[in-house]
Design a protein around this ligand. Structure first.
Ligand SMILES: C[S@@+](CC[C@H](N)C(=O)[O-])C[C@H]1O[C@@H](n2cnc3c(N)ncnc32)[C@H](O)[C@@H]1O
Length: 396
């Protein structure tokens, strides 16, 4: 049994780290199991409580992790292990810091392994990373059946240190892509969250089951990820089209076999700014464990905004959230509920602007971000005008 496993994060290591930490907590495992190895690789200590099997289950729930694997203590025994088949496909990747000469080093290492395999009557082909990359991407590993037909060897670097790893599983890219582009409904004018970010936000609740409410559900991206993780949910939006879209997307998930009909959900029209008293009453009597949401942040932006316009958009977001917090604190009186929410920053001609979360929430809410990671949880695409800041709150 390996003593340590590694998990490689995707493009947003701080969010990934906080996500993994939250999921470990959800499974009753403390921080002591988790350490960082460089910026984008996390190590997990295996023991009786955190078995390899449980770690694989945890990995399969993550939106922000690309690979899980075992740390290989002795590289020679690793090669020996892979020599049982007569024909194999293998790959090699370098994670962490890289050097200029690494591509030729990878080729040499692959040829050495190929030769050694041949000496033991195993024919092999190796897959190298594309162009200037030094690590195979998830699609290459899946497409070439590397994990079922052979192995992927990893050199994991952190400054001057280097360890070896063997990939055990790779992210379910197909599932994420299908929910992103094959689902029947998407509303691009309103904006949809990337599915992996939606998954990370659901996991940041630190829950592994229960009921999640998205009061700005749009086409239901967050709730689709919640449903895949076996949460029940409530979907609401001011816009009746959003309610129908979410319902259609969930029905599609069911038809596609990605969820079972055990998922309980309700989708309904609800304006946070003018809450319907009958619905408020129903919500009061409904168990809700967490709210996960992204508010309306204005139309898609391609150019830097004026400060005035950005302030107007921020004012609208603030108004929505202020009402949401009042609703939970005063009308619904939900204790112990968690919120994972997005606050935008906008790029203006005078720099980035946003608002502080403390301006919005009273003392009844604990901000959890710093207990999960030392960095800020920020998500943005390259050259983007909007950054999504993620906050995790708990009502005391
Ligand atoms: C950015 S979209 C959410 C997109 C969603 N996360 C997704 O990925 O599909 C914001 C949503 O907030 C809704 N909204 C705006 N004002 C609202 C209000 N007063 N009450 C409830 N929903 C509102 C909009 O109709 C819109 O669907």
């Amino acid at each position: 049994m390996p003593k340590q496993l590694f998990i490689q994060s995707g493009a947003f290591p701080e969010i990934s780290f906080a996500e993994l930490h939250s999921v470990l907590l959800a499974f009753g495992l403390t921080k002591k199991y988790l350490t960082k190895y460089g910026d984008s690789v996390f190590l997990l200590n295996v023991d009786k409580k955190l078995t390899v099997e449980l770690a694989m289950t945890i990995f399969s729930r993550l939106g922000g992790a690309v690979r899980i694997g075992e740390i290989v203590e002795d590289i020679d025994s690793f090669e020996m292990n892979s020599q049982q088949k007569s024909k194999i496909t293998f790959g090699i990747s370098i994670l962490g810091n890289t050097e200029r000469t690494d591509s030729s080093f990878l080729k040499k290492l692959a040829n050495n392994i190929k030769r050694k395999l041949k000496e033991n009557s195993t024919s092999s082909r190796f897959i190298l990373p594309k162009d200037r990359e030094l690590s195979l991407n998830a699609a290459q590993v899946i497409k070439n059946s590397i994990l079922s037909e052979g192995f992927e060897l990893l050199l994991i670097r952190n400054g001057n240190q280097e360890i070896y790893g063997k990939t055990l599983d790779i992210q379910d890219l197909e599932g994420f892509v299908s929910r992103d582009i094959q689902r029947p409904e998407s509303n691009h004018e309103m904006g949809t969250l990337p599915t992996k970010l939606a998954r990370m936000m659901v996991n940041l609740t630190g829950l592994k089951g229960g009921t999640i409410w998205d009061p700005f559900c749009g086409s239901g991206t967050i709730l689709m990820e919640a449903a895949v993780l076996d949460f029940n949910f409530l979907a609401s939006d001011i816009d009746s089209r959003a309610v129908i879209d979410t319902d259609n997307n969930i029905k599609w998930l069911l038809e596609d076999g990605q969820i079972t009909n055990k998922t309980l959900y309700q989708a309904f029209q609800f304006d946070i700014l003018k809450p319907n008293p009958d619905i408020v009453n129903k919500l009061k009597n409904t168990e809700i464990n967490a709210i996960v949401c992204e508010p309306y942040m204005g139309p898609p932006q391609t150019r830097v905004l004026s400060v005035e316009y950005a302030n107007k958009l921020l004012g609208d977001v603030k108004a929505l959230y202020k009402k949401l917090f009042d609703l939970i604190d005063i009308k619904l009186q939900k204790r112990g509920i968690k919120i994972v929410m997005i606050v935008p920053s906008y790029k203006t001609d005078k720099g980035w602007i946003t608002f502080g979360i403390r301006e919005l929430v009273g003392k009844r809410w604990d901000l959890k971000n710093s207990s999960l990671t030392s960095g800020d949880l920020k998500w943005s695409r390259k050259n983007s005008i909007i950054t999504r800041n993620i906050f995790i709150l708990e009502r005391t």
